[in-house]
Design a protein around this ligand. Structure first.
Ligand code: GLY
Length: 435
């Protein structure tokens, strides 16, 4: 089978490796936005192009006689790449544009949960002007979040107490969004501990992955600007040390209910990875947002643990037969840490050489925003490389990841606190103080 992978970051490197490990006799091609040497290594062909251009992607899919495509990032989903591939008879893992609205429109997702009585939604209102904003912010008091209603690479969400220090700050941000000409959602802010729960979904059946906790802030102690995610961890029991079994069950139920609601609304099922960004609170699990794809870094935690055949799962997703296959993950803990360019995310250095030759386990190294310049591996300006430690406990996995990420040389930094015992204890103490 010829498989086409769309995207070329570390998440896609993890996907490419899972395809390479498959027992299905498949040949992989990649439609990429940068030369990722890790993906190139396991591919029969890699072409650079605009991954958001449906015509260009379909052209390469035909040229490579691909029969199955896997879409990594959200932007191609938003631009209808999945729709265009299905239109020419190519099976796709990654939802069509309408269904991808769970990620591309905050208002859509809030309305969907409300319409179908799915638990976990906040008190919210959607606006396209300033009419009523002041009153609603006053009603929410100190705990509010303002979300731009579109893809903004994590920069469209501003949270009271973090990015917005006062009612006037919030009004000013809302005015900025009105001037931009889009809709925005103002909603209640939840207090608790966040976690990601991703599910494979064929439109009807969902198979859940281990829970993961991401760290979005750039600096140690969860300080500094928001990033795409500096690192993540998962535990051997597929839950997280601060969660109860009922939290995992509630997250599963919300993902299942959302998939059923999407099928009802659009008359066809969501095929891909449904990624719930959840928060455990004193009153149960709430939904912060959905993503319509694997998380990055979360893909690097879960895919290396997959015992089942990834290509087989993808075919079952596309065919709507996921109930006929078993999806199993190893009972191991993982810690993933990103090395990112100095100055990231606001003023990252670019084009500087890095050296990964001291990383001991190349199977735990994932290339992200890198390029090849004059034969050397260089930073391309965003998260650069990720490493994953896998062990029986989070603490052991952290020690592996920390050693590996520290061995990558170049003008880079990483968060040494992710996955450490003291940070995990803080999370547990926080949840205990809330419940
Ligand atoms: N880890 C956050 C994301 O993938 O959006």
């Amino acid at each position: 089978m010829n498989v086409l992978l769309i995207g070329s970051g570390a998440r896609e490197h993890a996907i490419a490796r899972a395809i390479d490990n498959s027992q299905k006799n498949s040949s992989l091609h990649c439609f990429a936005s940068n030369i990722n040497p890790g993906i190139a290594d396991v591919c029969s062909g890699l072409i650079l192009g605009n991954i958001n251009d449906p015509k260009a992607v379909v052209g390469y899919a035909k040229e490579t006689s691909s029969t199955l495509a896997i879409i990594g990032p959200e932007n191609p989903l938003a631009s209808g790449v999945a729709d265009a591939l299905w239109d020419v008879g190519i099976k796709v893992v990654g939802p069509k544009k309408d269904l991808a609205q769970v990620e591309t429109s905050k208002a859509f997702t809030r309305d969907l949960l409300k319409e179908y009585n799915i638990p976990g939604g906040p008190h919210y209102q959607t606006f396209d002007s300033m009419a009523g904003v002041d009153d609603f912010l006053t009603e929410l008091g100190e705990n509010y979040v303002v979300k731009y209603d579109g893809l903004a690479g994590g920069k469209g969400v501003k949270v009271a107490g973090d990015h917005l220090q006062s009612h006037n700050d919030a009004l000013a941000y809302c005015m900025e969004l009105v001037d931009k000409g889009g809709e925005f959602v103002v909603e209640e802010k939840f207090i608790g501990q966040e976690f990601s729960l991703m599910s494979f979904c064929d439109g009807e059946t969902l198979k859940h992955m281990p829970a993961v906790q991401d760290h979005k802030r750039a600096y140690e102690g969860d300080r500094g600007p928001n990033t795409g995610g500096m690192g993540t961890y998962s535990d051997a029991d597929h839950s997280l040390p601060f969660l109860k079994d009922s939290d995992i069950q509630e997250a599963h139920t919300i993902n299942i209910s959302t998939a059923m609601a999407l099928k009802d609304k659009f008359g066809e099922g969501y095929k891909g990875v449904l990624y719930g960004g959840f928060i455990a609170t004193d009153s149960g699990v709430k939904l912060i947002e959905y993503n319509a794809r694997f998380g990055d870094p979360e893909a690097m935690n879960v895919l290396p643990l997959l015992k089942s055949d990834f290509v087989d799962i993808c075919v079952h997703i596309a065919d709507g037969t996921l109930k006929n296959t078993d999806v199993q993950f190893q009972n191991k803990a993982t810690v993933c840490k990103y090395a990112v360019p100095e100055g990231y995310p606001d003023n990252p250095v670019k084009g500087e050489p890095i050296n990964v030759s001291s990383v001991e386990n190349s199977g735990g190294l994932f290339y992200a925003s890198v390029d090849i310049k004059n034969g050397s591996l260089v930073e391309a300006g965003s998260r650069t490389v990720a490493v994953v430690g896998i062990a029986d406990s989070i603490v052991e996995a952290e020690a592996i990841a920390e050693k590996e990420v520290s061995s990558v040389s170049g003008p880079l930094f990483h968060r040494s606190d992710i996955g450490t015992e003291s940070v995990i204890q803080e999370r547990i103490d926080h949840m205990n103080s809330l419940r």
